[in-house]
Design a protein around this ligand. Sequence first.
Ligand code: SAH
Length: 197
Amino acid sequence: MAIEPWNAVFLAGFAVYVAIRHVYEKRARGAEKVVNRFDRLEAGLLAVVAAGTLILPLIYLCTPWLAFADYRLPAAVPRCGAAVMIAALWLFHRSHADLGRNWAVTLQLRRDHELVRSGVYRRVRHPMYAAILLFGVAQGMLLANWLAGWSALATFALLYILRTPREERMLLDHFGEPYRDYMRASGRLLPRWRRGK
Ligand code: SAH
């Protein structure tokens, strides 16, 4: 298997992504969950995202099966993709650090769950999802293949659209007015700069 230089950059970024997740997953492990809204929709979405972020890129990198969907990119595109990947990894790391032990892979709340409104959560309610969407854009700019390149962005966008209203409903039910207040003061993916709380 000959790895093209930009594919190697993607693999390095992916390794950093997995390492960040691994470190923080260990820290959040073991807490008692008082709310668990993991259901068939969540399971299906997580499986689809795993296919888009992991399985298709691996098939692309290790086999010739997806070669029919290859295309050529101008040299500037993967260079910008590397920059987007660095930004995505920075935000991915910061959102894990700020959410701390309140992180979960699915819709869950721990017994001592705290509402986080600081750091990258100050003006954006879903910085981790923003980071993963950015990572998907970087993947598309680095892997010159319609399927393996854009599968992460497409599958995670689906998860984002279907999960985010349910996640916000869960947090509203649990925290009540403080979360409503936070919603007024922040944007979903982009910062809200409005004055006041
Ligand atoms: N949607 C957030 C967090 C993703 S991790 C983001 O994109 O940054 C998913 C878990 O984070 C959810 O199960 C929820 O319990 C928790 N969560 C989401 N926003 C939170 C917040 N502001 N404070 C504390 N926990 C939060």
